[in-house]
Design a binder for this molecule. Structure first.
Ligand code: PLP
Length: 382
């Protein structure tokens, strides 16, 4: 039986009424009072119907994690490490050097965070003043807008075009004097689409800080990290959560001009990367061949999943360069598909927003996971 998966953060959040108390009402920042939690609260395995899942086995294709797990060498390295009682290196020296070698950049340009989420948060804390804005090219990863709100800023949403490409002209038109940052996920979550480097260069010409989030880089093989040495307003984000199977250990990094890295070093919590995460990341970078073999398997499976989804009459999949496939659903409700699959122990993600209507996103898994999800979807055809 597969162990019950932990909380999935991009499940729809359970509605939280804000609890009042004299102290919280007196003390909490006014602009945060209406903020809804980003975090998911609907834990897999906790809905009443989850109990009926046959044998308790779960096919977890909702979080774009690596179903092959981390490198087996990571588990061994974590077991044999014997310095857990010592604070980790606040300067992240060994880790930054290893990341720099991997990304083919200078260590002075690299900063590690507790997931790329933390690097996003640190960047926004560094540059946003109350009332400042950021641009996010929607539909896209929600943390850019969420963290912006937490930092007292505003997110301006610029819709992508019908092929989910960034519309550089519309981005340029949306820029205000108070706009500090433009976020571009490439490949984008949840569409899987890439942004070409010409578009990135045009965005860089606006003078705003351009953050290219390459969380799924290893699945696409395309990067703009080499541009960081040429532009003083470019930051590239990466993570070990997707390709390296370390989502639970929280480790990501940013590649940026040294001037930015130095200021982020000043504001970051000193011990933001745990000793365990540093051990795991270093060991992963020593076992790239193995990890890339799982990436290749996932890319093969992503493409097979895409072709099989194409054959399902009520789905229209979107070509993807990441480790998941988005599909538009017609004639049925995406949320119902998600619920029905969940009853069978198959976890996927659904979307229904003005810009991403009635869609499902399925992560690439092992061949048997693709077969299970396709078999289930086929039962609702006809
Ligand atoms: C585009 C994008 N960026 C960043 C992240 C967060 O990654 P991490 O686990 O490193 O915080 C995700 C995770 O879903 C993502 O899809």
């Amino acid at each position: 039986m597969s162990p019950r998966p932990p909380a999935q953060r991009d499940e729809p959040a359970v509605k939280h009424p804000r609890r009042s108390s004299p102290a919280i009402d007196r003390l909490e920042r006014r602009d945060l009072r209406e903020l809804k939690p980003y975090e998911p609260i609907m834990l897999p395995g906790t809905l009443p119907q989850d109990a009926a899942i046959d044998g308790g086995a779960v096919v977890k294709l909702d979080g774009n994690e690596n179903v092959y797990g981390c490198s087996p060498r990571v588990a061994a390295a974590l077991r044999s490490y014997d310095q857990y009682h010592i604070y980790p290196d606040p300067e992240q020296r060994d880790l930054r050097q290893a990341l720099a070698d991997y990304a083919n950049v200078d260590a002075a340009s690299v900063l590690a965070g507790a997931g790329s989420d933390e690097v996003i948060d640190l960047l926004l804390r560094l540059v946003l003043e109350p009332g400042d804005s950021i641009i996010t090219c929607v539909p896209t990863f929600g943390m850019y807008a969420f963290n912006t709100q937490v930092c007292g800023g505003r997110a301006i949403e610029v819709p992508r075009d019908e092929r989910y490409q960034i519309d550089v002209r519309r981005v340029a038109e949306a820029i205000e004097p108070a706009t500090k940052v433009i976020f571009v996920a490439s490949p984008n979550n949840p569409t899987g689409t890439l942004t070409d480097r010409r578009a990135v260069e045009e965005l860089l010409d606006t003078g705003r800080l351009v953050v290219v989030d390459e969380a799924y880089y290893e699945f696409s093989g395309l990067t703009v990290a080499d541009l960081v040495s040429r532009f003083d307003n470019l930051v590239v984000l990466r993570t070990f959560s997707k390709w390296a199977g370390l989502a639970g250990l929280r480790i990501g990094y940013g590649i940026m001009p040294p001037a930015f890295r130095e200021r982020l070093m000043v504001i970051k919590p000193p011990y933001n990367i745990s000793a365990a995460a540093q051990v795991a990341a270093l060991e992963s970078l020593d076992d790239i061949e193995y990890l890339m073999s799982t990436v290749r398997a996932l890319v093969t499976e992503r493409d097979r999943l895409y072709h099989m989804l194409q054959q399902i009459g009520f789905l229209e999949p979107v070509p993807s360069q990441a480790n998941f496939v988005l599909s538009h659903v017609s004639g049925r409700e995406a949320v119902t598909l998600q619920r029905e699959l969940r009853k069978r122990g198959i976890y996927i993600r659904h979307f229904d927003t003005p810009l991403l209507k009635n869609s499902i996103r399925i992560s690439a898994g092992k061949p048997e996971h693709t077969d299970a999800v396709i078999d289930a979807l086929k039962t609702w055809e006809g």
